[in-house]
Design a protein around this ligand. Structure first.
Ligand SMILES: [Zn+2]
Length: 239
């Protein structure tokens, strides 16, 4: 073959390979998203209103959790899930004229989130938070699950493994956690600490739109994989 012909053959080969790879990826994703199509998922953006959550300078937990949750909600909705947010604005869910201590107000806000989730009869509850530690060296997202729930554990492991696979910036494993919202919701429940705002690099990343999208995508992918592994089970997942 002449040089020119070789070039054409190589180009055609590359084009074909590219098309096959694209087709395979598309098929896998499309098949997987069917598993969330009929699911009801509650997303709980941590904190809100006077409850800012952790802060470092102008990096504020309640803002990050809301933005990340909104991105996660649109991705899940696009895959066909029915998504309910415990809050979609800057509020702690407690009425303005509440007359109690800050502590009581905080507890009331958490109870309202639980109440809202339990009313929906959802298949999964996902709370979004950011982590903070006095020591700025710690970084990495970590997913927690209800300690006595096998289903919660499976969901948390699927989410954590997708965060590891897609973001490649944590070696942390899913862990059992003792959180009010997970302990009191009636469906499988997980809480994702999407990273440490106390870490200089990660804190900055968490406010970045593109990074928020990537994290939301990883969480969504984990949720899709969790439901895919459950697809043989017809009965609603029970704790
Ligand atoms: Zn928090």
């Amino acid at each position: 073959m002449q040089r020119k012909q070789v070039k054409i053959v190589v180009c055609l080969f590359l084009l074909l390979t590219f098309m096959v790879i694209r087709w395979e990826n598309k098929t896998e994703t499309e098949l997987m998203v069917y598993n969330v199509a009929s699911k009801v998922i509650v997303i709980d953006p941590g904190h809100g209103g006077i409850d800012t959550g952790a802060t470092r300078g102008n990096i504020i937990e309640k803002d990050i959790t809301l933005k990340m949750s909104q991105k996660l909600a649109s991705e899940l909705a696009a895959a066909g899930a029915a998504v309910i947010m415990t809050r979609s604005s800057d509020t702690d869910l407690v009425e303005d004229n509440f007359k109690g201590s800050y502590r009581e107000r905080h507890r009331k806000g958490l109870s309202k989130r639980v109440e809202k989730a339990n009313q929906t009869g959802a298949d999964l509850f996902v709370s979004i938070h950011t982590n903070a530690d006095p020591n700025p060296r710690w970084s990495g997202a970590q997913t927690f699950y209800h300690q006595q729930s096998e289903e919660s554990k499976k969901a948390a492991e699927a989410i954590q493994s997708e965060i590891k696979r897609l973001l490649k910036n944590t070696k942390r494993d899913a862990l059992a956690g003792d959180y009010f919202v997970m302990n009191n919701t009636e469906m499988p429940a997980v809480l994702v600490e999407v990273g440490f705002i106390s870490n200089y690099k990660e804190g900055k990343l968490l406010t970045d739109e593109e990074y928020q999208k990537k994290m939301a995508h990883a969480i969504c992918s984990g949720i899709v994989k969790y439901f895919a592994s459950e697809s043989g089970v017809n009965e609603k997942a029970k704790r």
